[in-house]
Design a protein around this ligand. Structure first.
Ligand code: 13P
Length: 251
């Protein structure tokens, strides 16, 4: 059985004042029946970990370097994230692929280092609007999966997030059928590469304009094990609505 996961990606949002939202979330979802994760900016990791301590909510980073340590000004190692209280890390988000030119092989190298450091690694894949309109979605996703996921992946250390780039922050969401098609495809690819046991145990998240109002129907789609939520994770009330929808799915 794959445990459901509601993951929030705060991106480059939030200073110390935002920890109040995390406090509210901890109060609303003390000991949730699904996994709940918040990935704040690196400057808040340590305080966020302290804020959610004892609530059952986990904390994650939004990126890490592929090297274990060294002369990389401004970068953060996987071990530093762990040390700050993170147990997860998001890698290969489309914003990092676009803003920092990250390629599949860079993401695979980062994922190896993150997994070796004991972090659960959320690898993001997703097509652009042009790629979808050209009917290239599955080719693109297939290439991202084989290129960015390392061989050492298991159901414990890997999560895959499908985030169509055109659905991020736009209010546009693929149809439920389109989401199901991509998630079924990702599942089949994982089973083919890692065998049925491991392939079936990896959790698959959908991301892109998930809100309290559309979460339940998305969670009902086959092979959707939760969501990676941007904007709606910034407010405890909104994220709580999404977590509740996921809790209803498992009850
Ligand atoms: P939104 O939920 O704001 O569309 O962002 C999705 C996302 O990129 C999460 O990583």
């Amino acid at each position: 059985m794959r445990r459901k996961l509601a993951a929030g990606n705060w991106k480059m949002n939030g200073t110390g004042a935002a920890l109040a939202e995390l406090e509210s979330l901890s109060a609303l979802h003390h000991a949730p029946s699904v996994d709940v994760l918040v990935c704040p900016p690196a400057t808040l990791l340590n305080r966020a970990a302290q804020t959610v301590h004892g609530s059952g909510i986990s904390i994650g980073g939004q990126d890490c370097h592929s090297e274990v340590s060294g002369a990389h000004t401004g970068d953060l190692s996987a071990e530093m994230l762990r040390d700050a209280g993170a147990t997860y890390v998001i890698l290969g988000h489309s914003e990092r692929r676009e803003d920092h030119g990250e390629q599949n092989e860079d993401i695979r190298a980062k994922a190896r280092t993150a997994m070796n450091a004991g972090l659960v690694t959320i690898i993001c894949v997703g097509e652009s609007l042009e790629q979808r309109e050209a009917a290239n979605t599955l080719d693109i996703i297939g290439g991202q999966l084989s290129g960015s996921i390392p061989d050492q992946s298991t159901g414990e250390n890997l999560i895959v997030a499908y985030e169509p780039i055109w659905a991020i922050g736009t209010g546009k969401v693929p149809t439920l059928e389109e989401i199901g098609d991509v998630h079924d495809f990702i599942r089949a690819r994982l089973e083919r590469r890692f065998g049925e046991g491991v392939g079936r145990s990896v959790r698959l998240l959908y991301g892109g304009s998930v809100k309290p109002g559309n979460a339940a129907e998305i969670f009902n789609v086959s092979n959707v094990d939760g969501a990676l939520v941007g904007g709606a994770s910034l407010k405890a009330q909104d994220f709580s609505g999404i977590i509740s929808a996921l809790e209803r799915e498992v009850s």
